[in-house]
Write a protein that binds this ligand. Structure first.
Ligand code: ATR
Length: 299
């Protein structure tokens, strides 16, 4: 059997490393392949997958996460609400699209000891990643949800959509001149922008927030979806101010685990998947503080 990633370009993904380790550890004869699918070939590729019974399931990534929705036979409710699909699974009804980013994000928080239910959260960024993360936080029952973004109108559009789904939460967009105050009153600040991500192998040493915005306090958290570098500037600043920090590797791992479970109906071999990711990123500087094995992974 095969599982595939639909991407364009396909070269940079860590999903083959993650999923091939998972299938091997589970003793399943499945090979995971990354396919470079340009946008004009997406619909035909999905149609071919539907007919090819040797394909167990698929991941979908940039730039297809939204456009793939129109080519499918069904959508999970959360994928429909988020407005993005990153997992395809085969059902009686055909190919159904799901979203494992939000669930993977919540698992990564849980593993680090953070339950966002009842917390005040500030989400920085309003792109595709922020969509999935914000929706999962709202669904988990955060006390408040604010969104700050370089382009304010995009944050406004996002919270307007969430207001329909979560009327009691009353999520709000934060204007730039209120950002400092929004950080100060939040229990959890999440970076869902691409700022701080390594470029050409170099840590850009950039954060979407000024270092002066951070103030410590008991049980305050900074969460970054960036995993390269392992500790981006956003987390370094937060750590220096006394906040607890969670990096992006956990979300990468757990969105893959949720996808594996959707395809196979089995619990994901998380320890082996984590080890494969660490091996693939072995050349990167280590993050000794934060890559603690979870309770579940301990022998
Ligand atoms: P992804 O799918 O990874 O979320 P995306 O949809 O392109 O990628 O979204 C990128 C996010 O990072 C957006 O919130 C973007 O802000 P804009 O809506 O203003 O474009 C944010 N972003 C990217 N580069 C940025 C920068 N240099 N400063 C601030 N925000 C930035």
């Amino acid at each position: 059997m095969r599982a595939v990633l639909l991407a364009h370009p396909a070269g940079h993904s860590l999903s083959p490393v993650l999923q091939n380790a998972a299938f091997e550890a589970a003793g399943l004869d499945v090979t995971y392949e990354a396919w470079d699918v340009p946008p004009e070939r997406l619909a035909a590729t999905v149609a071919a997958l539907r007919d090819d019974r040797s394909v167990l399931g698929a991941n979908v990534t940039v730039p297809h996460k939204r456009t793939v929705m129109a080519t499918l036979d069904g959508l999970d409710p959360d994928a429909r609400a988020i407005g993005a699909v990153n997992v395809l699974r085969r059902t009686e009804a055909g190919l159904v699209g799901g979203n494992s980013d939000g669930a993977g994000f919540l698992r990564s928080l849980a593993e680090a000891g953070l339950d966002p239910a009842g917390r005040s959260v500030l989400l920085v960024g309003a792109g595709g990643a922020a969509r999935a993360v914000g929706w999962s936080l709202a669904a988990r029952g955060v006390a408040s949800l604010s969104v700050a973004n370089r382009t304010f109108e995009t944050a406004e559009d996002l919270v307007a959509a969430w207001r329909q789904s979560f009327p009691k939460l009353r999520p709000r967009a934060v204007p730039t001149d209120e950002l400092g105050e929004a950080v100060a009153v939040s229990d959890v600040v999440v970076n869902a922008t691409s700022v701080g991500m390594e470029r050409g192998g170099v840590d850009p040493d950039e954060s979407p927030l000024p270092a002066s915005a951070w103030a410590g306090g008991p049980d305050r958290w900074a969460v970054d979806l960036v995993y390269r570098p392992r500790v981006p500037r956003f987390l370094r600043d937060a750590d220096a101010a006394g906040l607890r920090t969670i990096g992006g590797l956990g979300m990468l791992l757990h969105q893959g685990a949720v996808a594996f479970e959707a395809w196979t109906g089995r619990p994901a071999p998380v320890a082996e998947m984590r080890a494969a990711l660490h091996a693939a990123l072995a050349g990167d500087p280590p993050d000794a503080l934060r890559d603690r094995p979870s309770e579940r992974d301990r022998p």
